[in-house]
Design a protein around this ligand. Structure first.
Ligand code: SF4
Length: 504
């Protein structure tokens, strides 16, 4: 017989911990086990642990769960009971717990009783990549546990996963924080610009661009009205131009929807082009002291190591779980410092691979990876991005001191920027001469340029180049002087060959 739940799981948007039981028998389900079972000591123990009134009615119990941000449910969604005992449970359909986690802030999972832990480990632990803390059964039949023993065991329900990390981390940050210009402002616009620049670029490089960008585009309106060419020229050298395009688009949204005032609300910021949960968390916590986590690669590395978690960090679900864990310890008075402290620790101490400087780390004493010698094993990142390789030849065509340039298409990689002409990979000078002939250029001289490689997120360009003096110009390209080249946004991938940068 297939036993079904008689009531839905109790989970709210702000539930932070999930308690799972296992009540497969129809009788226990009919009784509404969590709420009605008279002999069970569950509610008594919970009331003691949370120092609250004993909830008697179902409504009071639900109110209790809500107040203490507890979600409650069963490990099993349905099963077949062959006999009268739990041991005869067959054809178990486990509850899909990822759904519950995604719709809440659940950061910790607990199981009550051996059966629940056994089923959780069998069916859910691997998939969720989240161990559950085993609590003893509160059943009256569990004679091994007196009420005081249960209270002691259940007191872990009050321990937030990252609680112990907060004080040493914030103290360390107070004394060791990096002196960065965007940390001296409360202006959400300036903080946003810095966070977008820092997304794929190192701090030392961003330092060269940040102030200049704010001088040229000092506020949202100036950015919304910026010409694409001017914006790209200012961004030149930072790479990943999509970021600049999204900045402009987002500024336009802010002007149109929010009268040019940077929104305070997390959801509104998250909906802006180019803004993900990390950036929204960083802006709201740094500019507005909102307790939102900012989880990027650095945070994933630090927390995975600190907690000794072997969760695959490229999975989006891992990031969600990490955000929940951090959110539990954030308050409006520590969020700004906590998020920035994690950024600094990840960038200066808890470095990737075997480069971590644990001997300098304020978390050394409570860090699981350090204690277990797992530092080099964490975080787990097995999914490697396979990059596509493309070969091409870049042509620097010169005619009477003018160089050929063309604008890239409006869509796709490096869209809207300028490039030198290119052709499919030319092994020999003859291939280039053939291209010139086909395109009606009379060649005066030709010189081979060095081989270069440019790496994008999913793509690698392997390039060689030729400097070709030609007798005639054509309308296919814009012809500009060497000085004028400086006024065009030429992405790094092409500028290796720019007459202005060529060092060979
Ligand atoms: S002790 Fe080492 S591994 Fe642990 S958080 Fe610190 S630097 Fe990272």
């Amino acid at each position: 017989m297939q036993a079904k739940h008689e009531f839905p799981p109790f989970v709210l948007e702000d539930s932070t911990l999930l308690i799972l039981g296992s009540f497969p028998s129809v009788k226990s389900r009919e009784l509404g086990f969590y709420y009605m079972h008279k002999q069970n000591r569950f509610w008594k123990v919970l009331a003691k642990v949370f120092e609250d009134e004993y909830p008697s009615s179902i409504d009071e119990k639900k109110e209790f769960l809500k107040k203490h941000k507890i979600a409650l449910y069963d490990v099993i969604d349905s099963c077949e009971i062959v006999g009268s005992k739990d041991a005869t449970i067959k054809k178990v359909v486990p509850t899909k717990l990822d759904r519950l986690i995604l719709q809440s802030q659940i950061a910790r999972i607990y199981t009550t009783g051996n059966k629940a832990q056994e089923l959780y480990q069998k069916y859910q632990e691997k998939e969720l990549e989240m161990p559950a803390i085993a609590l003893p059964s509160t059943s009256a039949l569990n004679a091994a546990y007196q009420e005081e023993d249960l209270e002691k065991a259940y007191s872990v329900l009050k321990e937030k996963v990252l609680e112990k990390m907060v004080a040493p981390l914030l103290l360390w940050y107070q004394n060791s924080k990096r002196d960065l210009p965007w940390r001296k402002t409360k202006d959400p616009y300036a903080i946003w610009i810095s966070e977008i620049m820092l997304q794929q670029t190192r701090v030392d490089k961003v330092l060269l661009y940040y102030q200049r960008f704010l001088t040229l585009f000092p506020n949202i309106v100036s950015l919304a009205n910026a010409s694409e060419d001017r914006l790209f020229k200012t961004w030149e050298g930072l790479g990943y131009y999509t970021r600049a395009k999204n900045l402009k688009k987002a500024a336009q949204v802010i002007v149109e929807k929010y009268q040019g005032i940077f929104p305070r609300e997390y959801e509104k910021i998250l909906s802006l082009p180019g803004v993900g949960s990390y950036t929204a968390g960083a802006i709201t916590s740094i500019a507005f002291h909102e307790p939102n986590p900012a989880v990027d690669g650095n945070a994933l590395r630090v927390i995975s190591r600190y907690l000794g978690l072997f969760e695959e960090i490229t999975h989006s679900f891992t990031k969600v779980k990490m955000e929940h864990r951090i959110k539990e310890v954030l308050t409006s008075s520590n969020a700004k410092e906590f998020n920035q402290a994690i950024m600094d620790l990840g960038a200066t101490i808890c470095l990737p691979n075997s480069n971590a400087k644990c001997y300098l780390c304020p978390l050394m004493e409570s860090c699981k990876a350090y204690q277990n010698d797992w530092v080099h094993l964490l975080p787990v990142k097995t999914k490697k991005i396979v990059k596509r390789h493309e070969k091409k030849t870049i042509l620097i065509l010169e005619c009477q001191g003018k160089y050929a340039l063309l604008k890239r298409p409006d869509k796709g990689l490096l869209s809207g920027l300028y490039q030198f002409p290119e052709m499919s990979y030319a092994k020999e000078k003859e291939d280039v001469l053939f291209w010139c002939k086909n395109n009606n250029y009379s060649v005066l001289s030709i010189e081979q340029l060095p081989i270069k490689k440019h790496v994008f997120t999913h793509l690698v360009w392997e390039m060689n180049g030729y400097f070709v003096k030609v007798l005639n110009q054509s309308d296919t390209f814009i012809w500009v002087s060497q000085d004028e080249l400086n006024h065009y946004s030429i992405p790094t991938a092409y500028s290796y060959y720019s007459p202005n940068k060529r060092t060979n």
